[in-house]
Design a protein around this ligand. Structure first.
Ligand code: PMP
Length: 285
């Protein structure tokens, strides 16, 4: 059975799922998206992902062409139609086909596309031994230019930083904000542990409010771990006892080196391991 993609209100074989070359999602990155995960056929925190999608759309003044309930159904149906149990789902909403000019008002039909696929995970070695980061020279978008709170189709900011990481042999790169504070990685949020206290940059550091980030904050509070959302500098990273990244695809992945400096013992730490176990338990429930 060929893969079924949701587009223009229905499921069609992947080969037939095409968009116009005049779509402003393609021409200008004018649109929003979500990356979701299903475990045993159930989408993890579906409501939160859909809420973030609708908030992103609202932030770019894109009127969603369907209700949240219709979106839940479209996502669940796409997962089911592809027989996906443990998989990755991409929901994309573009401004739709318009003219060659920027004017979003000339785009009449926002396009909703949903793709359900198997999940491409980081190699097991990263989870066992941790990964290495560099700090990118490209800073995260200034919130007054394009808010990182919006999960928009314009990811060039992150892609440029990712390229820097890759050139240095790293799969992820740490991004600072315009104030020189730690923001996040190109597709993951970052956490530090120091003296048993868990800290992650606040939303006003100019980051995406990760669904996994929020889940980890909840789990840590439940576990009685002291947590803080407060500004962090590169210095805090270098002297941390532990560091890890969170994201829908990555889940929780330990970071053991940043800019060639070992973090803590240079091995995944106890708090990271504890939260990883708790997260695995949460997604299995
Ligand atoms: N930051 C950025 C820039 C992201 O694109 C993502 C999602 N890939 C995340 C953080 C993590 O967010 P979530 O946990 O919701 O996947």
């Amino acid at each position: 059975m060929s893969r079924q993609v949701y587009i223009s209100g229905k499921l069609v074989p992947a080969e037939q799922a095409t968009v116009s070359v005049f779509d402003h999602g393609l021409l200008y990155g004018d649109g929003v998206f979500e990356g979701l995960r299903s475990y045993q056929g159930k989408v993890f925190r579906l409501e939160q992902h859909v809420e973030r999608l609708y908030e992103s759309a609202r932030a770019i003044r894109l009127d969603m062409p369907m209700s949240r309930e219709e979106m839940f159904a479209a996502i669940n149906n796409t997962v089911k139609a592809n027989g996906i149990k443990d998989g990755y789902i991409r929901a994309v909403v573009t401004r739709g086909a318009g003219t060659l000019g920027l004017d979003p008002n000339r785009c009449s039909n926002p396009q909703v596309i949903i793709i359900a696929d198997t999940i491409a995970l980081y190699p097991k070695e990263f989870y066992d031994n941790g990964l290495e980061l560099i700090t990118a020279s490209v800073i995260r978008n200034h919130p007054a230019a394009l808010s990182p709170r919006i999960k928009s189709l314009n990811y060039l900011n992150n892609i440029l930083a990712k390229i820097e990481g890759q050139k240095a042999g790293c799969v992820e790169a740490l991004m600072l904000n315009h104030k020189g504070e730690v923001a996040e990685c190109t597709g993951d949020n970052i956490f530090l542990v120091k003296h048993g206290r868990l800290t992650t940059p606040p939303l006003d550091a100019g980051i995406l409010e990760g669904i996994t980030r929020n889940a980890v904050l909840e789990l840590a509070r439940e576990a009685g771990i002291e947590v803080a959302e407060s500004p962090l500098t590169k210095h805090d990273v270098y002297v941390a006892d532990e560091a890890f990244l969170t994201g829908t695809a990555a889940e929780i992945v330990p970071v053991v080196k940043v800019d060639d400096r070992p973090i803590g013992s240079g091995k995944p730490g106890a708090v990271t391991k504890d939260l990883t176990e708790r997260f695995h338990k949460l997604v299995r429930e």
